[in-house]
Design a protein around this ligand. Sequence first.
Ligand code: ATP
Ligand code: MG
Length: 113
Amino acid sequence: MKEIKAIIRPFKLDEIISELHKINGLPGLTISEVKGFGRTKAKGVADSFRDGLYSYVKKIKIELVVADSIVEKVVNKIRETAYTGNPGDGKIFIIDVCDTIRVSTNESGDKAI
Ligand SMILES: Nc1ncnc2c1ncn2[C@@H]1O[C@H](COP(=O)(O)OP(=O)(O)OP(=O)(O)O)[C@@H](O)[C@H]1O
Ligand SMILES: [Mg+2]
């Protein structure tokens, strides 16, 4: 199983979620409002703001843990939908997950996702 962590533009969220709902076997996901910066830092970028000493850009983080069999499908949907072709489109990280435990049933492994 893998965790897919995508940092995206906030205005793309609804479209991305609606594409993800079309995937069979999508178990769930978590969304957070985040701030950060990429390679170019946020200084001088139109939608950046100062917080303390540094500048940041507001983004949305989507986190999903999925079975290996649908990783490619999920990543492609996010990548295609998040794309505008401009700097700041975001990043997608793919991380190995050792195990998942479903608390209500004490199941673990793929069936717990
Ligand atoms: N290496 C990283 N590790 C963790 N978070 C990152 C990393 N790179 C980018 N981010 C997060 O993703 C957001 C969007 O990054 P962004 O798309 O601007 O990346 P970039 O490296 O500047 O590439 P681009 O040239 O496409 O803008 C950042 O504001 C930050 O929150
Ligand atoms: Mg950038």
